[in-house]
Design a protein around this ligand. Structure first.
Ligand code: GLN
Length: 314
């Protein structure tokens, strides 16, 4: 090998340098956890995991390793610098230990929402239950309940066709179906044991199949007051779908409709689990009380904030 070639080969950037450059670029753009995000983008662009990184962090990368990966890394850093959420750039995120596809048409599943799913899994152990998850978005609640709770029938619904496409893809990839079809009426999957997962377009309960009743209803509706949206981080404000955030003037518009619509769709003794904003527990409790719900409880998330309101309809 000539000295010139050796010099060229030895002078590529190292993983450590690329990570430091990426971190600096994201810090400059005001990204909160710049190093974490730069790591995920580096890892994605170069298909490198932590073990691999720590084996040779300071080895200059060869030209063949850089040709495709470096431009990919730079492009992803540019997008993240424009405050596009990491999960949208990667096209996926983890929720309840499952990997969900996401894009700009769905709210990115939040870790806060796992407390809702965990509460349902703990409290509702009847495997023959029918579950309805409205405002399903990526399908993260509905599909986690179907996969982890093994309920007989789970329906996820959303008003957004684009969101339902994402939910359907997640259903096909995460719910082990023996049979499945997707059409105008929705997506229907059946497990080998006969459990079903359906994903349907509906404006809350309005367009659900006539007469369909459920034992458990979950919903993470849009609950941010319109005026508050502009104060949120650019990732949320500019990149989560507004339709998934905006709860109108006081943030409560969906709970008002839910309080009235849910009783018509619940079997006797049916239970509801609604995600709420940190300061909405009292208002939602009142709405559910007036609508005849009982045993109303509020559950906090890991940060200690009110996050889920649960109630029973008898
Ligand atoms: N939890 C989301 C946020 O804080 C809001 C989700 C919603 O409106 N349902 O941005």
């Amino acid at each position: 090998m000539t000295a010139i070639i050796r010099h060229a080969l030895d002078n590529g950037p190292t993983f450590r340098e690329l990570l430091a450059q990426g971190t600096a670029e994201l810090e400059q753009a005001g990204v909160g956890d710049a190093k974490n995000d730069a790591w995920y983008l580096l890892s994605e662009a170069f298909s490198v995991d932590r073990t691999h990184y720590y084996l040779e962090p300071d080895k200059p990368l060869r030209a063949n390793r850089l040709t495709d990966s470096l431009p990919r890394y730079e492009e992803m850093l540019r997008r993240r610098s424009r405050r596009i959420p990491l999960q949208q750039i990667l096209g996926r995120t983890d929720f309840m230990g499952l990997t969900f596809k996401v894009n700009e048409h769905v709210l990115i599943p939040r870790q806060d929402t796992e407390v809702l799913v965990e509460t349902v899994l703990e409290e509702c152990r009847e495997s023959d239950a029918s579950v309805l998850d409205m405002c399903t978005g990526s399908g993260c609640i509905a599909i986690s309940l179907a996969v982890r709770g093994k309920y007989k029938n789970v329906t996820g619904s959303d008003i957004s066709r684009e969101a339902l496409k994402v939910a359907a893809q997640n259903g096909f990839s995460l719910f082990r179906a023996a049979k499945g079809r997707s059409g105008k009426a929705g997506t229907f999957l059946i497990s080998p044991e006969g459990r079903t997962l359906s994903l349907l377009q509906s404006d809350l309960t309005r367009d659900l199949p006539t007469g369909a009743l459920y034992d458990i209803i979950t919903c993470n509706p849009p609950y941010i007051p319109t005026s508050v949206i502009d104060t949120l981080a650019p990732e949320v404000r500019d990149h989560d779908p507004r339709i998934a955030l905006d709860g109108a003037d006081d943030g409560l518009s969906f709970y008002r409709r839910l309080a009235v619509e849910m009783p018509l769709r619940l079997r006797r003794g049916g239970r509801v689990y609604l995600e709420i904003g940190f300061d909405e527990a009292d208002a939602v409790r009142r709405l559910l009380t007036v609508a005849g719900f009982q045993q109303i409880r509020v559950i906090r998330d890991l940060a200690g904030l009110d996050r889920v309101v649960c109630a029973v309809y008898t």
